[in-house]
Design a binder for this molecule. Sequence first.
Ligand SMILES: *Cc1c(COP(=O)(O)O)cnc(C)c1O
Length: 239
Amino acid sequence: MPERQAELATSLARLRTRIADACTAAGRDRADVTLVAVTKTYPVSDVLHLARLGVRDIGENRDQEAAPKAVAVAAEGESVRWHFVGQLQRNKCRSVVGYADLVHSVDSVRLAGALGRAAQRYREAPLDVLVQVSVDGDAERGGAVEAGEDDRQLDRVADEVAGSAALRLRGVMTVAPLDWTPERAFARLAEIADRLRAHHPDATLVSAGMSGDLEPAIAFGATHLRVGSALLGNRPTLR
Ligand SMILES: *Cc1c(COP(=O)(O)O)cnc(C)c1O
């Protein structure tokens, strides 16, 4: 086994133990939690190692990086599910709908509209989408907000996604605010997810929890963990 693959196997084993322990502590079924490996800044070879170790859900946050990686991984004959987890610009929608299996970060009516039109034109199967929520109501960092009447209002964003024949509203995502405890953030997200599900029964997915806060995310019902550094190592630059 190449050295890097052995290194990834070691950190993956450690991470899987953390996830299993957190599921046990929360009384949850391990099969209900999907690990998404966020490979931004790491090379295609790492995606291939992870796929061969059984991690086939891969997250990226920039189209400029994700699109060529998706091409390269496919060219190696490996099949993975691509998760787009970063801020998405409307002019990248056409590219993203070409490879993404789940977009975690739809946070405005205008973006949902653009993504729906791109998916309609350039995809065969509908695209699964999560609405990214800003749990503290601060829309600066990205995320739809509960209050207000504008383009970023959560119910409006959800309705725009649900109203598109080319998109499927599958749930919610958040990044915990730095000045909140993860427990508070993920409890808030769980409430929002419940409320959304009352109107949209297929919106069952909850994307929450990263390297530092996956245990509380699991305790509060996360179905998708987005883990970068705990698996791949510390990134040279924070992004
Ligand atoms: C980079 C990134 C992650 C992974 O963060 P780590 O702390 O490295 O686990 C998760 N979610 C998003 C949106 C990211 O951009």
